[in-house]
Design a protein around this ligand. Structure first.
Ligand code: NAD
Length: 294
């Protein structure tokens, strides 16, 4: 392996500590603590673990954390009522409705019902629109995490050729918008793109957000490129157990790339850390405090 490993766990821990220090300064100025409410519908085990970790890390950062757990058969109308109540609750700065939602609920209707000022997932069309216009807004957490990892690894983004693989509203599109805002030349590749290996070979930065285990191979990568692997895929091992792999074939890509994120321990830990940062940012906007000045 010749690439330098980007330690997402360490970067995330640093960001959480930074947010915790800013929360104290926020409290001194606003006279209250920022508050995040997470809504979980149903009992998907992975979502439960994720929501529990969000709660723990929110409290560790000194913020108020609330969880609302709803039955898996909750109707869309009832969930919309809960979202409306949270929108109106002055103590709530951030609302996060955990995805995926059960089939009877229209996810987009829920995303659009959340007050854009409390939309700490950054998925509301108002926030997505602002991001695309280069206006400060609440930005999706995983893409924000990718940008922080590039910055911490010292990767020059301005003027770089960046290829984003994947065009979801959760990762691909917003990370492309953030790269563009940081002055990269951005290509967004997706399931219908032709000759993905050739596109990637042009790239100084490759961001893989596909959900296909080890899709990106070493011979797709320009020597010295930065590779950020967003994918989280559980695959079977020879002994019958399972392991997590990314969208990048780590061994072959690490032999060529300049820097690379591992899976696990790369982008994953950044997502909750960025959620904490977004909750503080939302609280600052509501109190008319400049989050950059905290
Ligand atoms: P998604 O399924 O919504 O989108 C996948 C995208 O990949 C689509 O735009 C599709 O066009 C593209 N795609 C599919 N097959 C392709 C191919 N063969 N070549 C090129 N493009 C192809 O997924 P998502 O929500 O964006 O998540 C992507 C991956 O990132 C998943 O593995 C997910 O688990 C992971 N993820 C990780 C985090 C984290 O915290 N690290 C957060 C969100 C998502």
């Amino acid at each position: 392996m010749s690439a330098t490993l980007i330690d997402g766990k360490a970067v995330a821990a640093g960001l959480r500590a930074e947010v915790a220090a800013k929360v104290q300064r926020f409290q001194a100025r606003a006279g209250r603590l920022p508050g995040l409410t997470v809504v979980l519908v149903g009992d998907d085990p992975a979502s439960e673990v994720y929501v529990r970790n969000k709660g723990i890390q929110t409290r560790e950062a000194g913020m108020i954390s609330n969880e609302i757990k709803l039955e898996g058969n909750t109707s869309q109308a009832d969930l919309l009522k809960i979202v409306a109540a949270l929108n109106a609750d002055r103590a709530v700065d951030g609302i996060l409705v955990q995805m995926p939602l059960p089939k009877q609920i229209d996810t987009q209707a829920i995303i659009e019902a959340i007050d854009p000022g409390k939309d700490v997932d950054g998925l509301h069309p108002v926030n997505a629109g602002k991001l695309n216009q280069g206006i400060d807004a609440l930005t999706p957490c995983t893409p924000l995490g990718c940008m922080i990892l590039l910055e911490k690894a010292g990767v020059p983004v301005a003027g770089a050729n960046a290829v984003v693989i994947g065009r979801s509203i959760l990762v691909g599109r917003p990370v492309a918008a953030l790269l563009l805002a940081a002055h990269a030349t951005v290509t967004i590749a997706h399931s219908r793109s032709r000759d993905l290996p050739a596109l990637c070979r042009q790239a100084d930065i490759v961001i893989a957000a596909v959900g296909k285990p080890e899709l990106v191979r070493g011979d797709w990568i320009k020597p010295g490129a930065a590779v950020i692997d967003v994918g989280i895929n559980r695959v079977p091992k020879d002994d019958g157990k399972t392991k997590l792999v990314g969208d990048v074939h780590f061994a072959s890509v690490a032999a060529v790339a300049g820097v690379i994120t591992p899976v696990p321990g790369g982008v994953g830990p950044m997502t909750i850390a960025c959620l904490l940062q977004n909750t503080l940012t939302a609280a600052c906007y509501r109190e008319q405090i400049d989050p950059k000045g905290l």
